[in-house]
Design a protein around this ligand. Structure first.
Ligand SMILES: Nc1ncnc2c1ncn2[C@@H]1O[C@H](COP(=O)(O)OP(=O)(O)OP(=O)(O)O)[C@@H](O)[C@H]1O
Ligand SMILES: O=P(O)(O)OC[C@H]1O[C@H](OP(=O)(O)OP(=O)(O)O)[C@H](O)[C@@H]1O
Ligand SMILES: [Mg+2]
Length: 302
């Protein structure tokens, strides 16, 4: 019988202890106003500003911890969440976690790669082949969708070396820059899955105190994510040039306009959601803007 975890009135979020997502996950949560007192073994961080604690674990364990109710939320790669979700589905187990938000970092893709010398003609070519992967459920599902019968060889790491060792004919693994594939004389031929870090949580909403804490956190998180690439642009300009400045700010919310030094001189404040590059500032200056200042935006509560 599965043990029932004791009731909690603090929210618990699992993140990677170390690895690619550890620092950005912690930085993102900190930018939502959370801070922690770390325990000496660093596996549990007690929330100080809010009753939101961190659990530091291997990323592969995060979906299971959510499924078991040991933690409420987790920051994990969509690839890990999808693999474990596909595995549950393949074994007729009910869904026990889902993606709550995509977080905009840790981008990579799950790709099928074959030796560089192969002339790739499509998935049918894989029939009867051995494919090494750490993502057996996603690979099996993709092969079934393609109607191809191939052998899945499970490896927990260093997958790209399998063809050279004669363990497999092709591989299915995470690709980002493609450097690991190239170093192993492999080429990507199909993308199965686009991934990034996500906030994962249970299928149903949380309730009571933890539900309220999660709602508060999501409101802050949405504000941070929305503002992540936004900048506040401050500048002055004569009223007459306004019609030629506004087309240069297509991604800006309606600017706040203040009158200075009489009716003709304006001070403007525009929240830009796209990149505010030097080139763009120079174009604004050529069009008559002066005193251009770009400020970062840390968050927004609508
Ligand atoms: N080369 C990459 N570029 C960008 N993101 C990646 C890359 N490789 C993996 N990722 C993403 O980062 C996540 C964590 O990768 P990492 O290599 O730290 O995992 P790990 O070795 O399984 O860590 P753990 O010790 O927690 O089990 C992956 O699940 C994936 O979502
Ligand atoms: O396309 P690239 O930029 O080369 O990245 C892809 C590599 O990154 C990951 O491995 P990682 O370096 O995390 O090693 P691990 O699998 O042993 O954890 C992944 O498993 C690939 O091997
Ligand atoms: Mg792992």
């Amino acid at each position: 019988m599965t043990p029932v975890p004791p009731a909690r009135d603090r929210l618990r979020i699992a993140i990677q202890k170390s690895g690619r997502l550890a620092d950005p996950a912690r930085a993102l949560l900190a930018s939502c106003g959370l801070s922690w007192r770390e325990s000496r073994d660093r596996l549990f961080c007690y929330g100080e500003t809010l009753p939101v604690d961190l659990l530091l674990v291997r990323d592969d364990d995060i979906p299971g911890l959510i499924a078991d109710g040991v933690c409420d939320l987790g920051v994990v790669g969509r690839n890990v969440l999808a693999e474990q979700g596909a595995d549950r589905a393949a074994n007729d187990r009910p869904a026990a976690f889902r993606e709550w938000r995509s977080l905009g970092f840790g981008s990579c893709r799950l790709a099928l790669a074959v030796p560089e010398g192969w002339a790739w003609q499509g998935p049918a070519q894989l029939a009867g082949m051995r494919i090494a992967t750490s993502y057996p459920a996603l690979l099996s599902r993709w092969l079934a969708e393609q109607g191809v019968a191939a052998e899945v060889v499970l490896l927990s790491g260093s997958v790209e070396i399998a063809p050279r060792l004669g363990q497999a004919d092709a591989v299915c693994d995470i690709v980002s820059s493609g450097a690991t594939l190239a170093a192993n004389q492999l080429k990507p031929v199909a993308t199965m899955f686009e991934s990034e870090a996500v906030l994962a949580g249970p299928v149903a909403e949380l309730d009571a105190v933890r539900g309220e804490l999660a709602a508060l956190l999501l409101r802050r998180l949405d504000g941070v994510l929305r503002m992540r690439h936004s900048k506040l642009l401050l500048f002055q300009a004569p009223r007459a040039v306004l019609p030629s400045l506004l087309p240069l700010l297509p991604d800006a919310e309606a600017p706040t306009v203040m009158q200075v030094d009489g009716a003709d001189e304006l001070a403007l404040q525009a929240l830009c959601h796209g990149a505010v590059t030097w080139q763009r500032l120079e174009e604004l200056k050529r069009a008559g803007a002066r005193g251009l200042m770009v400020l970062p935006v840390e968050g927004m509560l609508a």
